[in-house]
Write a protein of this length. Structure first.
Lengths: 166, 178
């Protein structure tokens, strides 16, 4: 199963439309999407089941059930995928298309794309190729062990020390 | 995990638990804040976020990890163009900070964390800003502005420490939330 998520703030038509078309081209019927509220004139996919929003419980459950997660390049999606050791394909939102307020997701994608289990598609053209590659069984690189549940020990120690300093 | 951050002052915490206010808007900011929770183990923590659904997660985690029941508040979500919502959020944050009187305010952003730092600073709390790992090219807008009010001002990217791109002053790098 593929779980598509675009975060809870804004729709991301460029990503959702590409997945919708890809589902037809590849005959995929096992995609579920959380795509935010399309609003009037927004893109409503017809080839996979979707909801605008999910409760945190349902969101977690879909992540657990997925073989592959596809998302915008938001940290919530990426960290959740890593936590459940699921490969994730990320495509950054761009300010030029009014998909976000600034281009920080482009940098996020560039910097985190080197991590195991994170595949980056900088635009919707590349996305199709990345999806084909990632959805071939067993070819997506995954983390060898789940992400630690906590931040790096050095960061925790630094802040704890500051908290307890007199 | 928490035993890795033990220091000689741990017994002092047991005598007088520190009050910590942990703040983040929902989404990626919240996920990162929650990964920092061993920092306030044994403390009297209150969470402030923008999604009521996190309450369940916070309570279950405290129980599972043998921590005291945390406080939990929510405010409205607002971005920098939603002026009225921002003012409303500022009031909500102010009420929580005044009510909890924290020894330390810690946040990963964005707007509610920024307000909490400013108000916390006025009340002489210790203040920690951990800029989101999503900001890999430069610090967030709030992150740049808040530096001067922070006791601990951190970026999660080594290449941004002491960077001029961060605005006035030099944020430190001490590791990341993942």
């Amino acid at each position: 199963m593929i779980f598509l998520t675009v975060g809870s703030e804004l729709p991301f038509d460029r990503l959702v439309r590409t997945i919708d078309e890809w589902c037809v081209d590849r005959g995929r019927q096992d995609v579920f999407g959380q795509i935010a509220e399309p609003g009037t004139g927004g893109y409503r996919p017809t080839n996979f089941e979707w909801r605008p929003f999910l409760s945190t419980h349902d969101y977690d459950q879909h992540c657990r059930d997925a073989d592959l997660i596809v998302g915008h390049a938001g940290m919530g999606s990426i960290i959740t995928a890593m936590t459940y050791m699921k490969p994730i394909v990320i495509m950054p939102r761009k300010a030029a298309f009014k998909e976000t307020r600034n281009d920080h997701q482009i940098a996020t994608a560039e910097w985190l794309g080197e991590r195991n289990g994170v595949l980056v598609a900088q635009d919707e053209v590349v996305l199709r190729a990345v999806l084909d590659r990632a959805s071939e069984h067993g070819t997506a690189r995954t983390l060898e062990s789940p992400l630690e549940p906590y931040a790096e020990p050095r960061l925790l120690a630094t802040i704890r020390d500051y908290l307890l300093s007199s | 995990m928490s035993d890795k951050v033990l220091t000689g002052r741990e017994s002092d915490v047991q005598r007088r638990p520190r009050k910590v206010l942990a703040v983040a808007s929902s989404g990626g900011h919240w996920v990162q804040l929650f990964r920092l929770r061993p920092v306030w183990d044994g403390c009297d923590v209150t969470y402030l976020t923008t999604n009521i659904q996190h309450r369940e997660q916070v309570m279950a985690d405290a129980l599972e990890r043998g921590q005291t029941v945390p406080g939990f508040f929510t405010g409205v979500s607002a971005n920098r163009w939603q002026k009225f919502r921002l003012v409303y959020l500022l009031l909500q944050v102010a009420i929580v900070v005044v009510r909890t009187r924290p020894d330390m305010v810690i946040t990963t952003g964005a707007a509610p964390g920024y307000f909490a730092i400013l108000i916390g600073r006025c009340m002489r709390a210790r203040t920690v800003w951990v800029d989101s790992i999503a900001n890999a090219d430069e610090l967030s807008l709030c992150g740049k502005r808040v530096g001067r009010y922070c006791g601990l001002w951190l970026t999660q990217w080594e290449h941004l420490q002491g960077s001029e791109k961060a605005g006035a002053g030099l944020p430190a790098f001490q590791g990341a939330t993942l």
